[in-house]
Design a protein around this ligand. Sequence first.
Ligand code: HEM
Length: 134
Amino acid sequence: MMNQTQINLVKKSWRIVRQLPPSLVADTFYSKLFLDHSELRKMFPKNMDEQYRKLMDMLSAVVARLDNLDVLQQDIADMAKRHVGYGVQAKHYAMVGSALLWTLEKGLGSDWNEDTAKAWTTCYGILADSMMTA
Ligand code: HEM
């Protein structure tokens, strides 16, 4: 569970990240992911334009509902099932999680700190766990 301070930290830091060009944030994320784990590239479409928007929108939806993730439970379960169809395995969630944390760290610059890192780690962990359970 995230406490209110962590929820506020995630929301505040996501607002900052959203002020950067979305394609730049998403591009940074996927570049990091594919540099570290090139074997994942083939799971994604050649043209990533759509993917960028989907990732940013989904993260925004999750961040907006952090106080009440239950309302997203069905969406998360459906998304998790589609991910099985994409060939996503449990071990991939940690890879995506570290690329995401790295991207947030770069994007936030001096606004990144240990509390923010912990809050995002918890947030992603909850999301990844509920996807893996679904
Ligand atoms: C909490 C973690 C994740 C979130 C929020 C997320 C979000 C999304 C969203 C919103 C889509 C758009 C299509 C759909 O909704 O089905 C998508 C597609 C996809 N995701 Fe994820 N994802 C996560 C984890 C992962 C992981 C761990 C992998 C493994 C590499 C992955 C690989 C993919 C692939 C391959 C596609 C489909 C690309 C395509 O063919 O269009 N995702 N993801």
